[in-house]
Design a protein around this ligand. Structure first.
Ligand code: HEM
Length: 532
């Protein structure tokens, strides 16, 4: 083994101590042996159940508390363990240990997910897929919380609750479950033109992957790598599946959703059980700090890709998923990813969507996982040593010793010292400016890359895209909503707008006077449209 071990990795060895097998004699949670778990204690043969039956009460009480809230988004998922190894040292760009030494094999857990559906919804719906990776590095956990599409619906995280309220089933009747065919989503899309690029991806075959093994992953945001000298490089992360990218067709999706709603998670599980381990290559697009303003879009705008013709993807390393979890709830459900889980050598940018995520994930996990100690849950626990003055709280698993839990202290007794090397240091970015509540003009072009995407499609891919728009948008009951979206599409591609319009009973629009209005004309700005 590259790490000189017996084949089990650091994480696997750590988990060994918490694996629980039910065997031997049945006991209560307090370890008292039980000889009857089918009959509750009653007063006489046919009398009432007695409150003193502590085994009955404990068994029922525990059952009553088995459920936790599902994730507010990405509720349905499937996960697996594996490992990541870089091809060669990436230390020119980052001081992250797990990317700097090709002999280091880092354990990972990956969770794939759909976004809109509830925990029990079907796999083969038209939706974005989550692709979240936790690297258990020796310098702490690093989470790359990505999707299978390289852009996002909105530019600023403050819109996320509005977006999710529009995309989730409608609140009065909770219909439709996990699909994009409803008025609220299309209403939001028509009124927020920044969604248009992502909507092209969502209506394409990328939104119906055949397998999690055949799906790309993207970090979406521009992040920052920082090397030993403190030099930053902008980076976009890419996962490429070794099996290539493959999709289902819509008709198959609908049939499979009925016949085997676990289609994608079953495929992942079965492949790993059969030794057909899914593999992905990590790649990076790298942009020097000095070239931040070289593009005709803003690197901080998550609705934009960096075209690969302009900045190629550099291969960095390989990830293999080779072990199914032992327990879905304990591992796949309780894992907690967070964009702010970074290690030295990886940093953020001022992308306003990323900044919001850096707040949101921890906040939601505090309620989803029942308090501040969820990093102690086995699947979340780092393999790096943990030592600090955080204490107490629900679900505390550690028995801290000594009388001091504050810094600094002169009484000793286990107060951790500050790290003298290897600590996380934030990138020294210069920041100034007046407080404003307004998006930068550099974020205003909402259509050029949607057009770029459309132009990149083959004929049959365009046919699928048009069919998807017709199917989904054609379910909208409010004609004005359909018309507004067609009007938006007209600024992506006139032919596309006409094709979609024809299929959904909307009058085909005249050719748009201004194509790229985001950059060149305020005429169709959000405010203008809201007035129509
Ligand atoms: C969950 C990706 C934007 C809030 C997730 C998950 C993924 C993901 C993959 C599932 C994690 C898992 O498997 O446990 C993304 C991507 C985004 C994005 C790629 C944009 C580029 C946002 C934004 C917010 C947000 C803007 C809020 C401001 C959440 C929340 C969860 C979640 C609250 C549930 C986390 C949990 O309960 O553990 N996201 N997301 N996401 N995301 Fe995002």
């Amino acid at each position: 083994q590259a790490d000189g071990t017996d084949g089990a990795d650091d994480k696997d060895r750590q988990l060994e101590s918490v694996r629980a097998d039910s065997r031997g004699e049945l006991t209560t949670e307090t370890g008292v042996r039980v000889d009857d778990t089918d009959n509750s204690l009653s007063a006489g043969e046919r009398g009432p159940t007695l409150l003193e039956d502590f085994h009955f009460r404990e068994k029922i009480t525990h059952f009553d508390h088995e459920r936790i809230p599902e994730r507010v988004v990405h509720a349905r998922g499937a996960g697996a363990y594996g490992h990541f190894q870089p091809y060669e040292s990436f230390s020119r760009y980052t001081r992250a240990h797990f990317l700097s030494d090709p002999s280091v094999r880092t354990p990972v857990f990956v969770r794939f997910s759909t976004v809109a559906g509830s925990r029990g919804s079907a796999d083969t719906v038209r939706d974005v897929r989550g692709f979240a990776t936790k690297f258990y590095t020796r310098e702490g956990n690093y989470d790359l919380v990505g999707n299978n599409m390289p852009v996002f619906f909105i530019q600023d995280g403050i819109k996320f609750p509005d977006f999710v309220h529009a995309v989730k089933p409608e609140p009065h009747n909770e219909i439709p479950q996990a699909q994009s065919a409803h008025d609220t989503l299309w209403d939001f899309v028509g009124l927020q033109p920044e969604t248009m690029h992502m909507m092209m991806w969502l209506m394409s075959d990328r939104a119906i992957p055949r397998s999690y093994r055949m799906m790309q992953g993207f970090g979406v945001h521009t992040f920052r790598l920082v090397n030993e000298r403190g030099e930053g490089t902008f980076v976009k992360f890419h996962w490429k599946p070794v099996l290539g990218v493959h999709s289902l067709v819509w008709d198959e999706c609908q049939k499979i959703a009925g016949k085997d709603p676990d289609y994608n998670r079953r495929d992942l599980w079965d492949a790993i059980e059969a030794g057909q381990y899914p593999e992905y290559e990590l790649g990076c697009q790298l942009v020097p700090e000095s070239e931040e303003h070289r593009f005709d879009f803003d690197l901080l705008d998550a609705t934009k890709i960096i075209p690969e013709e302009e900045v190629p993807v550099v291969p960095v390393g390989r990830m293999v998923l080779d072990r199914n979890p032992d327990n879905f709830f304990a591992e796949t459900e309780q894992i907690a990813f967070h964009t702010a889980n970074v290690v030295p050598g990886i940093d953020f940018t001022n992308d306003p969507l990323l900044q919001a995520r850096n707040f949101s994930y921890l906040d939601t996990q505090l309620i989803r996982l029942g308090g501040p100690n969820f990093q102690q849950i086995p699947v979340n626990r780092p393999v790096a040593e943990v030592s600090n003055n955080q204490r107490d709280g629900y679900g505390q698993q550690r028995v801290h010793r000594g009388r001091t839990s504050y810094f600094p202290n002169s009484l000793g007794g286990g107060c951790p010292a500050l790290a003298d090397a290897g600590a996380y240091t934030h990138y020294q970015e210069r920041v100034d400016g007046a407080k404003i509540r307004r998006r930068s003009p550099s974020f205003q072009d909402h259509f050029s890359q949607a057009t770029l995407f459309y132009n990149s499609l083959a004929g049959w891919e365009r046919e699928h895209l048009v069919a998807a728009f017709r199917f989904e948008l054609g379910k909208c009951e409010v004609m004005a909503v359909r018309e507004r979206v067609v009007e938006r599409l007209n600024h992506v591609d006139h032919g596309l707008a006409v094709e979609v319009a024809r299929g959904i009973g909307v009058a085909p629009p005249a050719e748009a006077a201004v194509r790229n209005h985001g950059r060149s004309s305020p005429a169709l700005s959000q405010t203008a449209l809201l007035g129509t």
